[in-house]
Design a protein around this ligand. Sequence first.
Ligand code: G4P
Length: 526
Amino acid sequence: MDFKEEIKRRRTFGIVSHPDAGKTTLTEKLLLFGGAIHVAGAVKNNKIKKTATSDFMEIERQRGISVATSVMGFEYRGRKINILDTPGHQDFAEDTFRTLTAVDSVIIVIDSAKGVEPQTRKLMEVCRMRKTPVMVFINKLDRSGKDPFELLDEIENELKIHVRPLSWPISNGPTFKGVYNIYDEKLNLFSGESKQTVEEVIEFKDINHPDLENYIGDEYAKTLREELELISGVYPEFEVKDYLSADLAPVFFGSALNNFGVKELLDCFVDIAPYPLPVKAEEREIGPFENKFTGFVFKIHANMDPNHRDRLAFVKICSGVFQRNTNYLHVKANKKMKFPSPTAFMAEKKSIIDEAYPGDIVGIHDTGNFKIGDTLTEGETVHFKGLPSFSPEMFRYVENADPMKYKQLAKGLDQLMDEGVAQLFTNKFNGRKIIGTVGQLQFDVIQFRLEHEYGAKCKYEPIQMHKACWIESDDKEQLEDFRKRKYNVLAIDKHGREVFMAESPYALQMAQEKFDKIKFHFTSEF
Ligand code: G4P
């Protein structure tokens, strides 16, 4: 197969959801279809259960599993599919945002009873920012849920994307009959007797055929016809280009647990999802078919054995062919490096590979050379656009708790921040270091890992803080005035950018009103 064909058959995507909507279950069913795993439960262990908040051994164990499931590759209908795993626990949301920078499309899972939830909204924001094509799977139809039209409205309004149902449910909960697959005109009947049953799928091109009554009964047949008519009246014909331009999300209904509606989703996904897209670098846009290799690091995983401080850097290949044992330029460090044992991931297995194509992810051993966002090339100086940091939600001062271990603490904090565990800000006025996280769990993880991996002890002190905003202004005078007045709440982030640490929503609002020539950004990518 030639180079172009190899790229065109790749589909690299992420599955995201609010916790408990069914992301893990759906991932597992997709892997079963791809023959990548043979038993259910293989992915499930990757979840950090809510009860694990104070059980660090559990977190460490799960961190081990999550290396194995970071990328799940499998073959399906001649395509090479790479699912990039994203942590379900919302305290690790930043990790999910970063992983989304390495995917070419996304499947969003929504619980039919709960509808759009906060985490879904935030994840969609990232997809919108990056114009990532999105498909929606509305899950748990075997349970009583919201009206499907209401769900579609909710998705349109809250996720701010047009929708087009490509399958349609026939009732839900105890009376769930199945779905009509609008995309390939088939009727999928739900039996619900056993979770392992293969669903009954019937070719059904003419929805007005009287056989429909025989399959689902008079009443449901009537409703289905009316609703399908309404759909074709309300929603425009589905056009793949609208999906690819991220203007419209095709929607499927089903039940991941019952393996119902999943194959239809996968088949449509394989048909329409994009192969690796061009990636924007600061200097220019880089297309996947370019001959020379480029790639960037989107995730770093530390080794859990403190005696081996090496880490695994995950590189997304953007163009060209990545080859083992070949000299590449680490752009930021301006250093040539070669990698003798790059690994690829096939579901549960890891193996050393000789080459990888755009869309693929390779894991390379790292002794501390890489930071998230670093670019590798064959020699060209390009920098892939920074990965977005969002304003953290929680803040604490971090202090050294063991005066003999100052260096270890500095190194540990530095490396954990490179890995993207949390964000570090330094107050410009007093030099104190502030850690910002999305949830309490991250503070616990940092403290635990500093002690176990770096032999350093830290303590936290409370700080009154609401949000970190990256500031920018063309008005030099106003910016100087702002700096003078807010000197004690300005900080710099780890890239040296200036950040306003607003103490409260009120302080933020006042600053926005008073300093109208200053832009306050809540993500670092603007
Ligand atoms: P997540 O990764 O998005 O957090 O969700 P996950 O797949 O773990 O699913 C959350 C819960 O929802 C699980 O139940 C799972 O079995 C259930 N679930 C997933 N899909 C469906 C579905 O189609 N129908 C129904 N009725 N339930 C579904 P749990 O009790 O939390 O976990 P477990 O004890 O089953 O492992």
